[in-house]
Design a protein around this ligand. Sequence first.
Ligand code: GMT
Length: 376
Amino acid sequence: MKVGITCYPTYGGSGAVATELGIALAARGHEVHFITYEHPFRLPHFLPRVHFHEVNIGNYPLFEYPPYDLALAVRMHDVVLSQGLDLLHVHYAIPHATSAWIAKEMLATQGRKLPVVTTLHGTDITIVGQDHSYQAITRFSIERSDRITSVSQWLKDETIKAFGCENCRVDVIPNFVDPVEFDRAKHGDALRQELGRGNPVLMHISNFRPVKRVRDVVRVFAKVRAQRAATLVMVGDGPDRGAAEDEARTQGVYEDVRFLGRIDDVAPLLAAADLYIFPSQTESFGLSALEALASGVPVVASAVGGVPEVVKDGVTGALRPLGDVDGMAAAAVALLEPARWAAASAAAVADARSRFSTGQIVARYEQLYAEALAAV
Ligand code: GMT
């Protein structure tokens, strides 16, 4: 198949999933065309059968707000025609599904049919989609998609609750992880020694947006640190990085926290961690938590959104109520006990591989594409 993929190409779970999907599809013999405003951050510069088409929004002075969604629709239309695409798969409802619908309508005037698959990732439904300014267009764009997928059952339920969407069929296709890349054994122990200086390494990776509650990460760590030697490694950057650094100073643990900034290649880092701390406000899935599990890193998380579909409380990590810093810290300390850690780490790898390996999930997308193509 020839598949066009549109996503937010910068740091973020939806862009990571879309890009990994494209790479996996190409590895399975499909031709993949990314249509975005920037080179996706997880895309190496050249891969066979992977193409990149940049969306150029121009800089006409009248446009205080350049209409990216229109430029994207035009680029989608062009690429479908010039490359003979079979379908478009867009990640994140707005504006991508809206632009895809416009491109589809333009193509229809030329007698060309184009199935559009939309994958919902979370904030497109739970935050942006419920903002009054975007609600009606989000509903419209979802309803006009030929097929809709969501990354968790929880997100599917939220979508139906928020948008009614009685005529929509939403297929749950969870995110996935490459067990070859996210493999503790592959990366060795040197980085763990370097980061932790012999002590356990607690890690958090995110875009440091308020929804990630990075201050809670530091608070959990401070309580662990009060009981035993440990290092916290914070990977990423974003609006709350300053607040997290302040919290580390307030808690008196700044010397034991390492802020690494944004690093795109997270597999070697996760392989150097002992626990992953993930106290988000809400999370439709939690891709980074899955990547941690696959790397043999038990996850201590808030029991919100789709996270319980990924992390098994008491088996591959610990789930505590939102904001329960004491509970998360106690769980982290317990999980660092060597026998418990070894059991949870082994269970994490086994569960991530058995339920979320790239091959089995990508096959479900292939099946969905085939169905969408057969239906037009
Ligand atoms: O969480 C973010 O800030 C980024 C966001 C995105 O759209 O890139 O992530 C969402 O999609 C990811 C991939 O499906 C999920 O793993 C994240 O849980 C989800 N984020 C939220 O629901 C807050």
